[in-house]
Design a protein around this ligand. Structure first.
Ligand SMILES: *Cc1c(COP(=O)(O)O)cnc(C)c1O
Length: 384
């Protein structure tokens, strides 16, 4: 592993033990029949689908996987025999590719349901579908008053079967006032009561990470665990609310992003650094060049404000973040030298820069920081 890494200018480490810890902490809270569905959309939140699915399978703690799209679903079914739920839209022209024994689709359009049923029937198979219920988020979904009719349409068609009902919370990460989420849960309960007579044993699911962490009543029959599985808090608000609960368990970040110093040099006082001459040295400076930039997913708006960690010490970013290059100030880090490891996200010695820190500093959320890490960065599993 070390030998492999020495030949890389940048890489992402996936800590299998941290993933296992996070999954185990959720598993421990779920009543037995409740399924743990790990959401691996967006290249497993930037962590890499292949390493995350294989580590999750090794842990034995995951029952289902969820993805956004059909291409993602095809990638995941090649790695596991577990059920894979597609959360997002499948174009009608591609619907035949959704016919696979492990796949189940989330549906909200009659046209999609009819096309799927016809294809599945022609293939002599039955595809399970989940209705997305519109409870207040107003993105995909069927209005509560229309769900029974939609469910009847599904149960009337050969080729498909109604397996589940789902909804998604609009206001559970951004607040400590959970009244809107509570109303969405009530609407969902009412829809379940109306649809149950049609569908036998329906799998009802509403919980994302924040809901799963804070409200056992949202666990229903399955939780769709995303960000917290990767060891990141959905928001400060969720962390604050969760820390007062008796079952509070710290999450362990799964991902570290590292690179290697590609040049270390002395720059005289009064020199400009980088595009736009936005930084000027005030002293003789030891400058390090780091071969990653915004194309790899480092936020460009951390120009002159972010930090990386070298030899366990924070090194401030000097000048603009370039497409594939960042410059850092190593003047206060004695001994820093060519090919030293630079940590962009993660821990090095006593110093740690979390995805949440990068998010807060760059005006976004941890989800965006990790989801935008380029798939071109090699992923290595550690702690396995
Ligand atoms: C992404 C997503 C999730 C996971 O959300 P987290 O906050 O990352 O846990 C759950 N459900 C749906 C529908 C999603 O799109």
């Amino acid at each position: 592993m070390e030998e492999l890494k020495s030949a890389m200018h940048t890489w992402i480490e996936i800590d299998a033990e941290s993933l296992r810890h996070n999954l185990a902490s959720f598993r421990a809270r779920l009543p037995m029949p409740t399924r743990l569905c790990l959401v691996v959309k967006a290249n497993a939140y930037g962590h890499g689908v292949e390493p995350i699915v294989s580590c999750a399978l090794k842990s034995g703690l995951v029952d289902w996987f969820a993805v956004h799209s059909l291409p993602e679903a095809r990638q995941v079914v090649a790695l596991t025999e577990l059920p894979v739920l597609v959360l997002g839209y499948v174009p009608i022209a591609a619907i035949d590719q959704a016919i696979h024994p492990q796949l189940r689709l989330t549906v909200w359009n009659a046209a999609t349901v009819r096309a799927l049923a016809a294809k599945a029937e022609a293939c002599g198979t039955v595809v399970p579908v989940h209705i997305k219920v519109e409870t207040g988020t107003n993105r995909h979904g069927v209005l509560p008053g229309d769900v029974v009719d939609f469910a009847r349409l599904i149960t009337s068609l050969p080729g498909i079967t109604l397996e589940g009902l789902s909804t998604h919370y609009a206001n559970i990460e951004d607040t400590t006032d959970y009244s809107f989420a509570a109303r969405q849960t009530e609407v969902m309960e009412e829809v379940r009561r109306q649809v149950s007579p049609l569908g036998g044993d329906l799998i009802v699911h509403t919980a994302c990470s924040a809901a799963a962490l804070l409200f056992p009543a949202t666990h229903h029959d399955l939780i769709r665990l995303g960000i917290a599985g990767y060891g990141l808090w959905p928001s400060r608000e969720t962390l604050v609310s969760a820390s007062s609960l008796p079952e509070f368990t710290p999450l362990w970040p799964v991902l570290s992003w590292r690179a290697r110093l590609s040049q270390v040099k002395i720059v005289a006082a009064g020199q400009f650094i980088g595009y736009g001459l936005t930084y000027r040295t005030t002293r003789t400076t030891v400058l390090g060049v780091v071969p990653v930039g915004y194309a790899e997913g480092y936020p460009r708006n951390l120009s002159n404000t972010g930090h990386a960690v070298v030899r366990g010490t924070r090194a401030p970013i000097r000048g603009r973040v370039c497409m594939n290059i960042i410059m850092v100030d190593l003047t206060d880090i004695p001994g820093a030298t060519l090919e030293d490891v630079v940590t962009l996200i993660g821990r090095d010695g006593d110093e740690e820069i979390g995805a949440a820190t990068l998010a807060a500093q760059s005006g976004t959320i941890p989800y965006e920081i990790v989801a935008r890490l380029s798939s071109s960065i090699p992923r290595c599993v550690t702690g396995a």
